[in-house]
Design a protein. Structure first.
Lengths: 421, 252, 461
């Protein structure tokens, strides 16, 4: 009596399962491809090419009569010359001016500046001192040593010519140049030269910005949630507020950037590129998300607890603040962490308010110019130097690792505080 | 009379917990058999063994044999899908699909390919609604949403839906527990009318209902089959003391 | 005049307010004893009342002076410089002002006498401002605090007053959501209207040519630039469409499998892993799209004899689709699981296979939620910025060929506003026109999504 063959029906079911498994595998493979391709690009940034020179410095030329370091004298001293002559000692055969230029191109353009900073930090006493310092090679030499610079293309099209390759190889053979751990990446801010560039500036900038975001969004969100759950009179105004919150949660992030640009920067005249403004913009953006999460958390508290407090004569405010809020706190915290993870990865709104400027100092206050990690990644990926590719890849790995741990923390906290009422 | 279902030493466990232990019961063809007993005694679980609906539940394991027309329904060559076209089910709370009345009834025939033309399908739907005694009430609004009907009507839709597949057996799991007395009476009337064509097994909480409609009754208690006999005998002169206690209301 | 730094003023303010907290708290007990009855509220409540009165008005004054004060001084000096140099135009005056400011805080050095004198005047003005700021704020706090604590009476229920006040603050926080929406609309509208005063609204809305490269001089009207947004809109829709073609089937089938077929162990592993896809910042996806996906598609196209742009809509759209997959799969999973088990049982009981149950019963019942999820995902795709900024093109070509390079609304907004153009330039204003269009488009989509889910849900109830 059953006419449709049971086999074809079963086959349909198997096909559905296959579609499902294929889709899931596709998504997972894409995730893996994404992470692996970036990882392959970035792991080499953990190392950097350095070379060792012995420098002798006469501190007497650089200090005041009192013995403290004179800034002007430090700035005016020819550190570049010191480094270059040290380099020439390894290759005494290089005499011509053009050839010397080629030689100096294999070390970092900032080598002199770096040397000055090292001497400043060492705080040497008076008199002459000789010391060994590790300085950066140029980014082209660095990329060559990491095998990322293609040398099979003709010489004129290359960034490093054969002579320079020979010199670099010679330094390596003599154990003067090698790849060491890239401390600079973690301790410096941005720079024009890839070898001197690091993420510390953007990390601090992100931290400051996120601090403002939390300080702004969390109290507001909690207060708004408590109001909406316990004190709002059901009516048109309350409905209107709720509709607005739900809509704001779906507004594209770039629109918040436009808001920040025209209101915070233009109308209020707040400083451009400052963590304060970035924090306010991101705070407004995450506010609806945290409100929605907080409301859900507050709602999950059984009404019996609130009623018990009210029954004892507590006011609505006291019941809310003393009894419900502490119990809802874990859920609110989880929602906040997730909101912060979102804000940490946002780039577009920060571009709008100018955090895309080139900042070489590590920001110190909420109103100093700063940049944020995702913006830094964006700027680096835009630049022409190959060495910036691997650095932005490494920066991405750190950012993603940090974000994953934030989300894991939220999940762990949620499980830990999960109570079945 | 022929035996429709022959069950031997059936044991069902959810994880480690045993829901039914060692049931052996033979259901007669084209009769109404009632399964009674207090809550949690395993009657629904046993019912669901007969059309392998327990397969849908996670970590549910079954031992023993269940034979439909002397064929083991848990055998390797039996597809539950085909089985359920022969053994239909009506649930405790009416669960019509959120579709039109017509589509609800037509669903079963469609997926099993029982109608080779639109007209045949229409005929099947009409016949089922007739048998379910609903045709006069809904014949003008077959395209309305089934969920817009009253509870009793919805349950009869579910019965018509089950009938549309031309099953041999209809399992009913407390079909009237969510209905008022009038709707209940209508469904009991329906059961009587169709009992000559179908083997009906009904799980019920109400002893009066069992007494009204069924020919044979099985009394379950804590996962065991305590007594199985003609309905008249069970309710007037039960063999087992526990049965006596239950029907006189001492417990349950 | 000594420059009183902000942090000092703030801490002093807190200190003064705290003083009045403790003072009122103790004082009220004495007053209560004097009157002979217990105070209507706890002493701490009276303390809180004084604290709030001392702190909040003064804090507002502090905020006002800190934000507005320097702006006011800047404006004064701007006018002064303009007076001294009546022939210079706006941007030069601003430049000089910036120099003066930087000299006054020691960032740069100069020999120019005039600038040095202006700089020292500027520093003096700021010092004076900050001095008075500190003075006014602390005095105000002290005076108000004294006034309020002396007026406090045990007969008044301070707790109620404080709570009413706090509830109002809570109300204001809730209302900030409305304010934000209003601020967005107003600010976008304001700038966009300025744009439309320079460029015809209908030419913008229906124009087929987008080429914002106008002459650099800001006072030149949009004679050479066209701002017709249709090509940009089409680009956005093309890329979003491609993204949806990737995300919807994969997201939906993943959700179906996870909700209906997968074992709990599989679910526990796969679901959080898919969430990771959702947590990856969009700039990373953009990076991946620009550096890996686009060359990949180009290579494949090459070997097939097709000319694929290095900024193809296909690459950007495909990667955007991958980003949206977890969005759709997570929402769909919730929606599918919300379909009552009784419907599934009914279908299985009739002898339907699991697939037949899913196709015929579960999915139709889940349609309202699924439609809502898809529309929200589309809204997300349209508003997405970084992936397209890094992987899509800048030139607006009116095409539906996925192998070509197109530009989107968000890309244009970014490129117009992160250049070096002045704020009043017609180019920057056109970005606000686009921003307004984007905001309303996504708003309408969201409202539509909500209403259609609700309407369909009613049908199935």
């Amino acid at each position: 009596m059953i006419r449709k063959s049971i086999q074809s029906r079963r086959a349909r079911e198997t096909r559905l399962k296959i579609y499902g498994i294929t889709s899931i595998c596709f998504a997972l493979i894409m995730l893996a491809t994404l992470l692996i391709s970036i990882g392959l690009n970035g792991y080499s940034a953990l190392q950097q090419a350095y070379f060792k020179v012995d420098i002798s410095v006469n501190m007497d030329k650089l200090v005041d009569d009192s013995g403290t370091i004179n800034k002007n004298k430090m700035n005016l001293f020819n550190w570049d010359g010191l480094v270059k002559s040290a380099l020439r000692e390894f290759f005494p055969e290089v005499k011509e001016r053009d050839e010397k230029k080629e030689l100096f191109a294999i070390i970092s353009a900032n080598a002199g500046y770096d040397l000055k900073e090292i001497v400043k930090k060492k705080a040497l006493g008076s008199g002459s001192h000789t010391m060994s310092v590790w300085l950066h090679l140029s980014d082209d030499a660095d990329q060559y040593l990491k095998g990322r610079l293609s040398i099979d293309i003709p010489e004129e099209d290359r960034r490093i010519n054969n002579k320079q390759i020979a010199w670099v190889n010679s330094l390596v053979e003599r154990d003067i140049a090698k790849l060491k751990f890239n401390k600079t990446f973690f301790t410096s801010a941005d720079s024009r030269e890839p070898e001197s560039a690091g993420i510390l500036g953007s990390v601090v900038g992100s931290a400051l910005t996120l601090f403002v975001t939390v300080m702004f969004a969390l109290p507001l969100a909690v207060m708004a949630s408590i109001y909406l759950e316990y004190f709002a009179k059901p009516g048109r105004i309350t409905d209107f507020i709720e509709v607005n919150i739900n809509n704001l949660a779906a507004v594209p992030s770039i629109v918040f950037g436009l808001l920040g640009l025209s209101v915070f920067l233009s109308t209020f005249g707040l400083p451009r590129s400052a963590p304060l403004v970035g924090g306010l913009v991101l705070g407004l953006m995450t506010l609806p998300t945290i409100i929605i999460a907080s409301r859900a958390s507050i709602r999950s508290i059984p009404p019996s607890i609130r009623e018990a407090a009210l029954g004892l004569g507590a006011s609505k405010m006291q019941a809310a603040m003393h009894h419900v809020l502490p119990l809802a706190a874990p859920g609110i915290l989880t929602g906040t962490i997730i909101g912060m993870a979102q804000a940490l990865g946002e780039t577009a709104p920060l571009l709008m308010i100018g955090m895309v400027a080139f900042i070489i100092d590590i920001p110190t206050t909420f109103t100093s110019s700063a940049t944020a990690m995702p913006v830094q990644i964006y700027m680096w990926s835009d630049s022409a130097e190959r060495a910036f590719y691997e650095r932005s890849s490494l920066a991405i790995l750190f950012l993603v690792a940090f974000l994953i741990s934030m989300n894991l923390l939220a999940v762990v906290l949620r499980k830990k505080f999960e109570k079945k009422w | 009379m022929a035996i429709k279902f022959r069950t031997k030493n059936v044991e069902v466990s959810y994880g480690d917990k045993k829901a039914i232990k060692d049931i052996s019961l033979n259901i007669k063809k084209n009769t109404i058999t009632a399964l009674i007993g207090p809550s949690g005694c395993g009657k629904s679980t046993f019912l669901r063994c007969l059309n392998r609906m327990n397969d849908v539940i996670e970590n549910c394991s079954i031992k023993g044999s269940v034979l439909l027309d002397e064929q083991d329904i848990y055998g390797p060559d039996i597809d539950p899908v085909e089985l359920r076209a022969r053994v239909g089910m009506v649930f405790q709370k009416a669960n019509p699909f959120p579709k039109s009345i017509f589509d609800n009834i037509a669903y079963g025939p469609r997926i099993h390919g029982l109608a080779s033309s639109d007209n045949e399908l229409k005929d099947i739907v009409h016949n089922s609604l007739e048998k379910a005694g609903l045709i006069d009430e809904v014949k003008d609004r077959l395209n309305d949403q089934a969920t817009g009907l009253s509870g009793g009507q919805q349950q009869r839709i579910c019965i018509a839906r089950a009938i549309a597949v031309s099953p041999e057996v209809i399992l009913m799991d407390e079909p009237c527990s969510a209905l008022d007395p009038i709707a209940t009476a209508k469904i009991e009337e329906l059961m009587n009318e169709i009992s000559e064509t179908y083997t009906i097994i009904i799980v019920t909480h109400s002893m009066q209902q069992a007494a009204r409609v069924s020919k044979k009754t099985a009394f379950f208690h804590l996962g065991d089959l305590i007594e199985y006999n003609d309905t008249d005998k069970i309710f007037t002169q039960p063999d087992n003391e526990k049965t006596q206690d239950y029907i006189t209301g001492r417990f349950g | 005049m000594q420059n009183i730094p902000l942090s000092f003023v703030f801490f002093m303010l807190i200190g003064v307010s705290l003083f009045f907290y403790f003072y009122s708290k103790n004082n009220i007990l004495k007053k209560a004893a004097f009157v002979g009855q217990r105070s209507k509220a706890l002493p701490s409540h009276y303390g809180q009342q004084s604290f709030l009165w001392a702190f909040i008005p003064s804090a507002i004054i502090l905020l006002f002076l800190t934000i507005g004060g320097p702006n006011y001084i800047d404006q004064l000096f701007y006018n002064k410089i303009q007076e001294l140099n009546p022939k210079l135009n706006q941007s030069f005056v601003s430049l000089i002002l910036a120099k003066v400011i930087n000299v006054s805080n020691g960032k740069i050095a100069t020999d120019d006498e005039k600038i040095l004198s202006l700089a020292s005047d500027y520093k003096a003005a700021l010092d004076q401002l900050y001095f008075y700021r500190g003075l006014v704020v602390i005095l105000c706090a002290a005076l108000v605090g004294m006034f309020v604590s002396s007026l406090q009476s045990p007969r008044a229920n301070a707790r109620e007053n404080v709570e009413k006040f706090i509830i109002n603050i809570f109300f204001v926080s809730a209302v900030i959501a409305i304010f934000t929406t209003g601020a967005i609309i107003l600010s976008l509208l304001f700038e966009a209207l300025r744009f439309f005063s320079l460029y015809n609204f209908f030419d913008f809305l229906f124009g087929l040519h987008w080429a914002p490269n106008v002459a650099i001089r800001s006072d030149q009207v949009a004679a050479a630039g066209s701002f017709g947004m249709i090509p940009v809109l089409v680009g956005t829709l093309l890329i979003s469409f491609i993204a949806m073609c990737v995300a919807i089937p994969i997201g939906l089938f993943s959700a179906i499998y996870l909700a209906e077929f997968a074992s709990p162990r599989t679910r526990d592993f796969v679901k959080p892993t898919l969430e990771i896809l959702a947590g990856i910042p969009t700039v990373v996806y953009g990076y991946f799209a620009a550096l890996t996906a686009a060359p990949f598609f180009r290579e494949i196209g090459f070997s097939l004899g097709l000319d694929v742009s290095s900024e193809s809509a296909l690459a950007a759209g495909a990667v955007m689709g991958i980003m949206i997959i977890p969005f759709i799969s997570s929402l769909s999973d919730d929606v599918i699981r919300a379909v009552p088990q009784s419907l599934r049982d009914g279908s299985m009981g009739l002898g339907a296979t699991k697939a037949e149950t899913i196709y015929n019963v579960v999915l139709p019942a889940a349609i309202p939620g699924l439609v809502g999820a898809v529309l929200l995902a589309v809204s997300r795709a349209i508003g997405e910025t970084m992936i397209v900024v890094m992987a899509a093109g800048l030139s607006a070509s009116l095409t539906v060929n996925p192998l070509d390079s197109v530009t989107t609304v968000t890309v244009q907004i970014v490129s117009l506003l992160t250049g070096d153009t002045e704020f009043d330039d017609i180019k920057t204003l056109s970005a606000f026109g686009l921003g307004l269009a984007l905001f309303f488009f996504t708003l309408l989509l969201n409202i539509f999504a909500l209403s259609i889910s609700r309407r369909l849900a009613e049908r199935y109830d």
